[in-house]
Design a protein around this ligand. Sequence first.
Ligand SMILES: C[S@@+](CC[C@H](N)C(=O)[O-])C[C@H]1O[C@@H](n2cnc3c(N)ncnc32)[C@H](O)[C@@H]1O
Length: 318
Amino acid sequence: MPERRTDPEATATSAAATPPPVPLSVWLAGQQPSRLQRTGRYVPASMAHPAKMLPVIAAQAIADYTAPGDLVLDPTCGIGTTLVEALHLGRDALGVEYEPAWAVLARRNVQHARSQGATGTGRVVPGDARQIDTLLGDELRGQVTLVLTSPPYGSSLHGQVTASPGAGVDKRNYRYSRDRHNLAHVGLDRLLEAMIDILTGCQPFLRPGGVIAMTVRPYWERGALIDLPGRLTTAISDRTGLILLDRNVALLAALREEQLVTRASFFQLAQVRKARAAGIARHLIAHEDLLVFRNAAPASAVAPAADSAHLESSEPAA
Ligand SMILES: C[S@@+](CC[C@H](N)C(=O)[O-])C[C@H]1O[C@@H](n2cnc3c(N)ncnc32)[C@H](O)[C@@H]1O
């Protein structure tokens, strides 16, 4: 876990008045394009998912906030990036995914990681993470060291394109599904509600000292910048027993000497070009936040971790 930074002078003079600043780190997550980060490590069909977490971010979060043998949970696991990176780092992992097709791919990725020598064990549970309480067995309560997730949002930016002369632009892999109950297809207010439900549902599974981390970035929608990290942080702080512990800024660009080289998608570039052509000064968003929360209650108030092996007592491993 990153070392806590404190300023002794500030602590002495204003400890009672102001909360300490939230530690901030910058992670170089875009040194390699996402496709290269996945090549050979994930089954090729994974590329069809429209909004995967960068493997480098998942691996860094797992390395920083857990130890070998710990259990990592992703309640919206998509094709299983959190699980695969956890297994390769010798952690056990558990994923929940609403769409059966992505859950199947997450299982295939877990099997692929195991076939490559990853030592952790993984399990994928299909279902709605808002009911995580009933999806996961009681024996997992108090066992999870890290909940690592990325909410579904900003679908206007997803997908891959092929442009061919005369044939125009072919857009593909831009949908999670056509199911309107998938949280990717609800408005911002409902998404925030759902994330509160999911995180509240995950809390009883955290062990003492465990943390909840999520990747999230601001995005443009209908001409407005949606500060999703800010909105989520406020909602979570106001409505759950969680408080912000760390903010890690994952650079989605490559750092080459003193230059940032963008990894922006076709759609992000197109949005910025269109805005600039209309005289609006707009910049590419080249980062995403990994917000890390911990339980506000003292560790002693949380149920102690059971002794049992993490994943053995429930459904068959993926
Ligand atoms: C941003 S993606 C996560 C991608 C994942 N981190 C990965 O790298 O593959 C969000 C996922 O949440 C899933 N989802 C949407 N609604 C859900 C729900 N109610 N319960 C569980 N998963 C849900 C979507 O189908 C999508 O796969």
